[in-house]
Ligand binder design. Structure first.
Ligand code: NAG
Ligand code: NAG
Ligand code: NAG
Ligand code: NAG
Length: 432
């Protein structure tokens, strides 16, 4: 039996070997003899896995039907140390040997380093396995070292789907440090629900004790998926976005990798994805909810797959004078009470505008934070009177006094449903 398997693997591999350059052939012969992936595939213990023989990391694997079924492995590549990488695609073709991989194909990988790095040495990338030899592959491993023991990732998105479990999913990148802004997070989650978000995905490196309770509450309740994101076990992440100001191996705890991973993770689970930060709400100002907003926008722009929304800052240093929502029962909860901050900074003409995105994930290949990098459809900038981002944080224009700011009480319109549901979340999560 063992022999028969080895023979099968050998034949499968040889056909692929013929397509490669001779200097790679010897390496791959070694690869085959070093480990025959005929047993249970070794699955990764973490969401991040080192690529053997390199400093690169791989995250997860997806079939990309838009690229003829190529296998895309979301990865983090050290751009100073580019080197040949190999794909090992495997399938279980024997119905009796459930869970075992008994046919594999080897090929050289194509590495697509994203154009956005913010100056950091480790860059979000796609490692593409184009090999058509094994269309039914269920697992893939990437390696630079032919002698290494391989770790296999399951290949997701095997089937194209036309209907989706969720209409609106928010992807929130990398929660890290002792971030404990529990009140703002609970308020934001409840606000999302009221405008039609059904799912939120958060990549968690670490967090403070009260946020932890809130995360557990929403996970149990079913709205939230928490993806473990132990990037600090593998790299020295930067706490900022610019290499000169915040040095480290990788931009903002790998924010770009998580955003891109989220696109593929939810490609066939959600009709639209909102790519925004944990303290931002993409808020329709002329429609009752996201469903109606996107219905209108998509009808007006049928070929658009990326919608950009302007960020508007509500300084947390300016409070509503009436104190209407300064509720004594929320006082013990750490974090910002977004209902108290109804003053909005004017946009500045000469300053780089910040945007966040709602995308159809099936029309996007790669994204950055404020715009996509590679997409199939058109991009539309949504006017800020139709929809804008409510972003409560430190001021950008701290010199402005209240009468130089706009009063914007959009959130208050949801008061009746919002307040009781925030209470319930705080209460049931145990932070009150
Ligand atoms: C591969 O795994 C085996 C068994 O766990 C171990 O003995 C061997 O040293 C490993 N090889 C490498 C190159 O890590
Ligand atoms: C998504 O939107 C469609 C209408 O466009 C609706 O029929 C469906 O119920 C919505 N799904 C969810 C999960 O809300
Ligand atoms: C977030 O990550 C930290 C660090 O691994 C962990 O202690 C915490 O339990 C995680 N929280 C959730 C809700 O998964
Ligand atoms: C919080 O829960 C307690 C009991 O679990 C209940 O008595 C109280 O009314 C709740 N408060 C709110 C604001 O929902």
């Amino acid at each position: 039996m063992q022999r028969k398997l080895a023979l099968l693997i050998g034949i499968g591999a040889l056909t692929v070997l013929l397509m490669l350059r001779w200097d790679h052939v010897m390496t791959l012969v070694n690869l085959m003899s070093s480990k025959q992936p005929s047993a249970e595939p070794e699955l990764p213990p973490d969401t991040i896995t080192p690529i053997p023989g390199s400093r690169h990391l791989m995250v997860s694997a997806f079939k990309d039907h838009r690229l003829g079924g190529a296998i895309r492995v979301s990865s983090i590549i050290c751009r100073q140390e580019l080197q040949p990488l190999y794909c090992v695609l495997c399938a279980n073709t024997d119905a009796k040997a459930v869970g075992a991989l008994n046919q594999c194909a080897f090929s050289q990988a194509k590495v697509d380093v994203h154009s956005e790095s913010f100056g950091f040495p480790f860059v979000t990338s796609d490692v593409l396995c184009m090999s058509p030899a094994l269309q039914q592959a269920t697992h893939v491993s990437i390696t630079a070292n032919p002698y290494a023991n391989l770790t296999f990732l399951s290949i997701h998105n095997q089937e194209v789907k036309e209907s989706f479990r969720y209409n609106f999913t928010v992807c929130i990148s990398s929660l890290f440090g002792e971030y404990n802004n529990a009140l703002q997070f609970a308020q934001t989650m409840e606000m999302y629900k009221l405008i039609g978000v059904q799912r939120v995905v958060i990549y968690n490196t670490s967090c403070g004790p009260d946020i932890e309770k809130i995360l557990k509450y929403y996970r149990k309740e079913g709205m939230l998926e928490v993806v473990p994101w132990p990037i600090d076990k593998f790299l020295t992440p930067s706490t900022g976005w610019k290499y000169d100001l915040h040095p480290g191996d990788i931009h903002y705890y790998g924010q770009l990798t998580t955003l891109n991973e989220c696109i593929y993770r939810y490609m066939y689970q959600s009709k639209y994805l909102l790519l925004n930060d944990i303290d931002e709400i993409i808020m329709p100002y002329k429609h009752a909810n996201l469903e109606k907003l996107m219905g209108t926008l998509q009808q007006e722009h049928p070929n658009a797959g990326v919608f950009r929304f302007e960020n508007h800052l509500f300084p947390k240093t300016q409070f509503d004078d009436s104190g209407r929502f300064r509720l004594p029962r929320w006082r013990s909860v750490p974090g910002v009470n977004i209902l108290e901050h109804v003053y909005r900074e004017p946009s500045r003409k000469d300053v780089f505008k910040e945007w966040k995105l709602i995308i159809n994930p099936r029309s996007v290949e790669q994204t950055s934070v404020h715009s996509t990098l590679k997409q199939f459809g058109l991009v539309f900038k949504v006017p800020s009177d139709v929809c804008r981002i409510i972003h409560v944080r430190e001021p950008r224009q701290a010199q402005l006094s209240k009468d130089q700011l706009f009063v914007d009480k959009k959130l208050w319109e949801f008061e009746e449903l919002l307040i009781p549901s925030i209470d319930r979340a705080l209460n049931e999560s145990g932070v009150l």
